[in-house]
Design a protein around this ligand. Structure first.
Ligand code: SAM
Length: 261
């Protein structure tokens, strides 16, 4: 079971494709100083004069150990070791931007996480949040998370209905184990589990301190609709500036702006 969970965690594989769209949009929208959450081995290249500090819940050494498949010299130093979904050590309006590429899908409550990122940027500041396209990564074959599900997750958390929320998460873990993991390790090597083994593995993920996995899945359309619905219901002071496909259509990059008013 331990091997299984590590395999689910160690999901950073494959060639490094072009980051032209990420970088072009970053050059257009990012100014001043801010943070990148979960940069790992792919820190966003930003224009000259823009400064970035790195946030991760793991130190650089821990990330190198956790992802032995990565070239260690590419892994960034973590400036702030903390939960980047909370950013508790950051004051409200204290940075110009938050960057999070391939991180939001790891959140059990993406609405809550976006609200935390928006909290720490100043009025006029930017959140850049890129997600992988489900059909183009190891999540292919999973159910596309509905926009309503993402919104409802936050309503459950915000109203303290945590048991209901946790039951929904178990369904994600189930899919991760039976579909994402199978895609990652290959059908030939994947050992089909009995119903009991599967339930035990789901329970192990559910009780892990931080089950770092893809809770939710996105298409370009669903991510766009999610961001529109998110701002309409939870963040009326936020504009969706851009939502663009990148990396050969394997990911969608979005830029949100907190209005000054
Ligand atoms: C899939 S990697 C993203 C790598 C890179 N940014 C990219 O574009 O592919 C996810 C990274 O986010 C970090 N991460 C996940 N959840 C986090 C959290 N709650 N707080 C801080 N870092 C987190 C992981 O440790 C890892 O470094």
């Amino acid at each position: 079971m331990h091997v299984m969970l590590s395999a689910v965690k160690n999901c950073i594989k494959g060639v490094i494709p072009s980051f032209k769209v990420r970088e072009k949009l970053a050059a257009k929208y990012l100014k001043g100083s801010g943070v990148e959450i979960g940069a790992l081995h792919l820190p966003l290249r930003v224009p000259r004069g823009v400064t970035v500090k790195y946030v991760d819940y793991c130190t650089r050494d821990e990330n190198i150990h956790k992802f032995p498949e990565l070239t260690a010299s590419n892994v960034v130093e973590t400036d702030f070791v903390e939960d980047g979904f909370q950013l508790q050590t950051f004051d409200e309006g204290s940075v110009d931007f938050v960057i999070a590429n391939h991180v939001l899908e790891h959140a059990d409550d993406p609405v809550g996480v976006l609200l935390n990122w928006l909290r720490v940027i100043r009025p006029g500041g930017i959140v850049m949040a890129t997600v992988p396209i489900m059909a183009r990564c190891f999540d292919r074959g999973r159910e596309e998370t509905s926009v309503e599900h993402l919104l409802e997750d936050h309503r459950l958390v915000a109203s303290g209905r945590i048991d209901e929320f946790r039951i929904r998460n178990r369904r994600h873990f189930h899919e991760v184990i039976t579909i994402s993991l199978r895609n990652q390790i290959g059908a030939d090597s994947f050992k089909t589990m009995s119903a009991e083994e599967l339930e035990a593995t789901v329970s192990a993920m559910a009780s892990a301190e931080r089950p770092d996995t893809h809770y939710h899945t996105f298409s370009a359309d669903s991510y766009t609709h999610f961001l529109q619905a998110f701002t309409a219901e939870f963040a009326p002071d936020v504009n969706v500036l851009a939502v663009n496909s990148s990396r050969g259509g394997t990911e969608v990059v979005a830029f949100l702006e907190k209005t000054a008013g």
